[in-house]
Design a protein around this ligand. Structure first.
Ligand code: AMP
Length: 206
């Protein structure tokens, strides 16, 4: 299964990606997670990405595309993958087409997760993330690993507005790009996590 998740920040792509990747036994490749791991480790990529991430803007395509190209070369991606957060503009989608073409493979589906702006703002401004494992969680400590929770710089209200604008201007056009290729499936991103996963799997098995 080669799958791509598209949706605005806060649609729950990361959460659904974990369940879907486990269901199909494929690696979950999240560019946001890879960038955050690089930030934490203080690598060159992390240092280049920091200023864009803190403002809610896209990291330049040359940095991002090369990072994903290398990730897709890893052996676990040979049996399929779930991409979460990339491609995020038309230039990245065209670059991805080039990778698929060179490997002589194609995508199975692009799953769009739909949610209103008001729900996104409510979700993201109250979201807390674990400093250790990177998963979203509620309460005092991380529910998954007990780590300390923090508010991502880009989950602050003024940055959320910019991320929504970047999504509308740059990312939303890839929905039509994949619709034209006959790959697009759309599911509402509201309701319980389990229901959304079940709906997604039902759509993908049609
Ligand atoms: P996310 O966790 O997917 O919301 O990503 C967090 C941040 O990482 C984004 O706001 C961007 O600054 C950066 N980022 C993630 N994916 C991409 C991408 N495909 N292209 C450019 N920047 C990205």
């Amino acid at each position: 299964m080669r799958l791509l998740l598209v949706g605005p920040p806060g649609a729950g792509k990361g959460t659904q990606a974990q369940f879907l990747a486990a269901h199909y036994s494929i690696p979950h490749i999240s560019t946001g997670d890879i960038f955050r791991a690089n930030l934490k480790a203080g690598t060159d990529i992390g240092n280049q990405a920091r200023v864009y991430m803190d403002r809610g803007e896209l990291v330049p395509d040359d940095v991002t595309n090369e990072m994903v190209r290398l990730r897709l070369e890893e052996s676990d991606a040979s049996k399929g993958f779930l991409l979460d957060g990339w491609p995020r503009n038309i230039a990245q989608a065209q670059y991805f087409d080039g990778i698929l073409c060179a490997k002589n493979i194609s995508m199975d589906a692009v799953l769009e997760m739909q949610i209103s702006d008001a729900q996104i703002i409510a979700r993201l401004s109250s979201r807390r993330t674990c400093r250790d494992c990177g998963k979203p969680s509620q309460g005092e400590k991380c529910g998954a690993c007990g780590g300390e929770l923090y508010q991502r710089e880009d989950d602050k209200e003024e940055v959320i507005a910019n991320r929504l604008k970047v999504y509308a201007d740059q990312t939303a056009p890839i929905i039509a790009f994949y619709r034209d290729k006959g790959l697009l499936l759309t599911t509402p991103a509201t309701g319980s996590v389990a229901d959304i996963t079940a709906q997604a799997i039902a759509l993908l098995s049609k």
